[in-house]
Design a protein around this ligand. Structure first.
Ligand code: GLC
Length: 445
């Protein structure tokens, strides 16, 4: 099928223009109207997209994010832009500054975290800086020196506070922490979240995206907000969350990302002479979480599962989560081959009715599939980017190129949508989403 679309040069120019337009000065909003603040994993992907344009600006992005890091090491999932309204739940609803001993006084932040993809951004920044002169390289290296301890504190917090039993899997206390807010992965855990009396609230997202079939339902939102109240009751204290929260899951996809990120950071640490003890810890965590991910898999298919700590049940879903081991490796050869086949086969990228051969968030053959609803089916370009980047890293050049080519075909409409309907390619959710532009810039860079 031919797409009218923009040429690669036009597309790159538009993506750069978009990021410039979403630039608030020292942070890039995740999307102009729907998400007018900085989101943690968005910021990392945005830095990946900024790096080919300006290493200096990409460094500023991560610096802003890290300036909001909590004293315990957590990178919060939202850093609120000063004086910007229009998002709910905003800083007053989270109330972290007043309640949480570990939260910074400024900037204001949310009280949960998001997937740890940041090491990838650091690596891209260093890569791009090497193509420049001495002064740009110095900016990147000075950043690394200055922020290395913070990056270590971040990884250490994940390894300790979010895996106290050393299972090799990261525990999440809110579906938002997975970045895949309303994925069918969380249907069982959320069924056990029974909202009590909620302080009154009004959603802001449905005013920006008025079509309710593209967003989570009100019942889902009540549960999301109830979990905030549970956290607030224990003042966001790491030690108390495990007993206080009615939502607690081991997220296999985040665990795989963490293993991968530890590998990436360890390599950077080796190249730039970081302390040996840090590099050793990173290798240990990479290994521990790789084993933790592999332990969830089906021996034949290689498909990974989440674990619901509240009901004590495994959660196997036909979603992107089943491909977690492709990110971090560690599967036996046959199982890995089977999993790659599933990724490329008719349940995912190879489904005959897909407009582009890119992975939908939920398999179209699954009973949970909803073509237009957020993480229940649509294609998220930034996930296509993640898999294409990982495949290249794992030496699967042809697979990586194919995903990139298909991802670019999809992006050629120039809407830079948050997500796309898999069969028609209709752009959905927010338009001008920063991380979609960033993915395109990296692909075209
Ligand atoms: C939505 C997505 C999340 C993303 C955020 C900002 O909440 O589910 O992954 O970080 O929007 O783009």
């Amino acid at each position: 099928m031919s797409d009218p679309g923009f040429t690669p040069t036009q597309l790159a120019a538009r993506a750069a223009y978009l990021l410039r337009g979403n630039d608030l000065g020292t942070m890039t909003s995740a999307a102009p109207r729907l998400y007018p603040h900085m989101w943690s994993w968005d910021a990392a992907f945005v830095a990946v997209g900024l790096a080919p344009l300006s290493v200096e600006r990409a460094v500023v992005e991560l610096d802003t994010l890290l300036s909001a890091q909590w004293r315990n090491g957590m990178i919060p999932h939202i850093v609120f832009a000063h004086g910007v309204d229009g998002y709910f739940p905003g800083p007053d609803r989270w109330a972290c500054t007043g309640l949480a001993a570990a939260a910074p006084a400024a900037p204001r932040t949310s009280g949960i975290t998001q997937p740890p993809v940041h090491a990838i951004a650091v690596q891209r920044i260093l890569d791009h800086s090497r193509r420049h002169g001495r002064s740009t390289r110095a900016v990147a290296e000075e950043f690394l020196d200055r922020r290395w301890p913070d990056l270590m504190r971040w990884h250490r917090w994940l390894a300790h506070a979010r895996d106290p039993q050393e299972s090799g899997r990261i525990t999440l206390y809110h579906g938002w922490e997975s970045g895949m807010d309303n994925s069918p992965r969380w249907d069982v855990p959320y069924a056990n979240v029974v909202p009590g009396a909620l302080p009154i609230y009004r959603r802001a997202d449905t005013a920006v995206v008025p079509d309710p079939t593209q967003r989570p339902t009100d019942a889902e939102y009540d549960r999301y907000l109830w979990l905030l109240e549970e956290m607030k009751q224990v003042r966001y204290d790491d030690a108390d969350l495990m007993s206080a929260m009615s939502f607690a899951v081991e997220d296999v996809f985040v665990s795989a990302i963490f293993s991968l990120a530890c590998d990436v950071l360890a390599t950077i640490g080796e190249e730039y002479s970081a302390p040996h003890a840090d590099v050793r810890d990173l290798h240990d965590w990479a290994q521990r979480f790789r084993a933790g991910v592999v332990a969830t898999t089906d021996p034949r298919s290689g498909a990974a599962r989440d674990f619901d700590l509240r009901s004590g049940r495994w959660i196997g879903t036909d979603t992107l989560a089943m491909f977690a081991p492709l990110l971090c490796g560690g599967l036996p050869r046959d199982a890995e081959r089977a999993l790659v086949r599933a990724f490329e086969g008719p349940r995912f990228c190879g489904h005959p009715d897909l407009r582009y051969a890119v992975p939908p968030s939920t398999s179209p053959v699954s009973g949970d599939f909803r073509a237009r609803e957020y993480w229940r089916g649509p294609v998220w370009p930034v996930m296509t980017w993640l898999f294409s980047w990982v495949f290249a890293r794992r030496g699967w050049a042809e697979r990586s190129r194919h995903l990139r080519a298909e991802g670019l075909r999809q992006a050629a409409d120039g809407s830079f949508a948050e997500y796309y309907e898999p069969f028609t390619g209709e752009p959905l959710g927010s338009m001008q989403q920063s991380w979609t532009a960033a993915a395109v810039l990296d692909w075209l860079g």
